[in-house]
Design a protein around this ligand. Structure first.
Ligand SMILES: [Zn+2]
Length: 379
């Protein structure tokens, strides 16, 4: 996620903090010290309320982190790659590559978070009941409630909440159709998100400031739910298309020693997008989007070899790869074209444009509405 800074690394997972988190932290620490703690634990000093507010906010952050970490550790146990956990405005997100996940794995992964939050709520409750100092009692009072809320709210079967993910896993297991399962889970998720927004608006009209929070949260969940469905639908469509179908075998083959200025003269008026630079033991591609504007004087000095990307530095595609693999590699590399190789031989190239073009056509005129059921392979 953009705007995140890495805090530390644990179990091989990067823990990152999104800048929006600071606003929430400040707001939370302030509201806890100014109203929550003075209300429930009156007649204490201002400094005491502030130290309670800050400590409780930090521990809430740790609670959310542990919740996310519990998802991630189950994922890791299932050999699913977890790259990072980012803590932001509305809690946390784990950067988990969820491709071809078995329903049982997704189910276990989803319920791990709420279960852990419930356990944490229990621990804080026990601490609260033990009559330690007022400081510990106050903080644990707040944290057992918040962790309980985290556990209950996340268990609601509204995608993309944990409960909704678990529910989708059950539907996926039942229908053996990820797209259908996602569609049902997402409609419930959107309904719930709409409900939150309506609730928030009603609250705002009645002068309850927290209503705004509900509106934001509802909007956010609605957006994520919709995007998740599109992603699943897109993945299914692209997974059925072979890179071979999109292969462009005709492309401009250029010499590495060609001057850039000559290249511009030759191709400025031609409808050519793909350029392979080959010769004298060098093979590379030119991605026009990667080349910055340069003055004519420089263009006269620079040779094509200097502006092309050597093939060995590129994640190439195999002819048996799917368009979804290509799509992912475009996103990873930021390139607009990728060579398709058969061993060391260049078969041709696939452009991002052609993948997107095909996707638009599939969505408009393809068999998307009745995509053949892709049976889930149980290993
Ligand atoms: Zn969760």
């Amino acid at each position: 996620m953009r705007g995140s800074t890495k805090l530390f690394r644990i179990f091989g997972i990067d823990i990152k903090l999104h800048f929006t988190w600071w606003f929430v932290f400040a707001l939370l620490a302030w509201s806890l010290s100014a109203s929550f703690f003075p209300e429930f634990f009156p007649d204490l000093s201002k400094e005491m309320y502030w130290s309670m507010g800050i400590t409780a906010s930090l521990l809430l952050f740790v609670s959310v982190l542990l919740h996310e970490l519990s998802h991630s550790l189950v994922a890791k146990a299932k050999r699913i790659k977890v790259e990072s956990i980012t803590l932001f405005f509305f809690g946390g997100v784990a950067g988990i590559t969820r491709e071809d996940m078995k329903p049982s794995s997704e189910f276990q992964m989803a319920i791990a978070g709420p279960i852990f939050s419930l356990l944490l709520a229990g621990v804080f409750y026990l601490v609260n009941q033990n009559g330690f100092s007022v400081f510990i009692t106050a903080i644990s009072f707040y944290l057992y409630q918040l962790n309980l809320i985290l556990a209950v709210f996340n268990s609601i079967p509204a995608f993309p909440l944990d409960g909704g993910r678990a529910f989708r896993a059950i539907l996926y297991w039942y229908f053996k159709d990820l797209r259908k399962a996602t569609k049902i889970a997402v409609s419930i998720g959107k309904f719930f998100a709409g409900f939150l927004i309506v609730l928030g608006v009603i609250g705002l009209f009645n002068g309850i400031g927290a209503g705004l929070w509900f509106v934001f949260l509802g909007g956010f969940l609605f957006f994520i739910a919709g995007a998740s469905y599109e992603q699943v639908a897109m993945r299914e469509v692209l997974a059925d298309i072979r890179v071979k179908e999109l292969l462009k075998k005709k492309y401009a083959k250029l010499s590495p020693s060609m001057k850039f200025v000559d290249f511009v003269k030759k191709y400025a008026n031609k409808d050519e997008e793909v350029f392979i630079v080959k010769g004298k033991g060098f093979v590379g591609i030119i991605d026009l989007k990667q080349i910055n504007k340069m003055p004519v004087k420089m263009q006269e000095m620079i040779k094509l070899k200097q502006v092309s990307i050597p093939l060995h530095q590129i994640k190439t595609l195999g002819s048996k790869d799917s368009a979804y693999t290509a799509f992912r590699k475009f996103a990873e590399t930021g390139l607009e074209i990728l060579p398709v190789m058969d061993g060391k031989k260049v078969l041709g190239v696939v452009s991002k444009k052609s993948v997107m073009h095909r996707l638009v056509w599939e969505f408009k005129f393809g068999k998307l509405g009745k995509v053949k059921k892709r049976k889930h392979k149980q290993k």
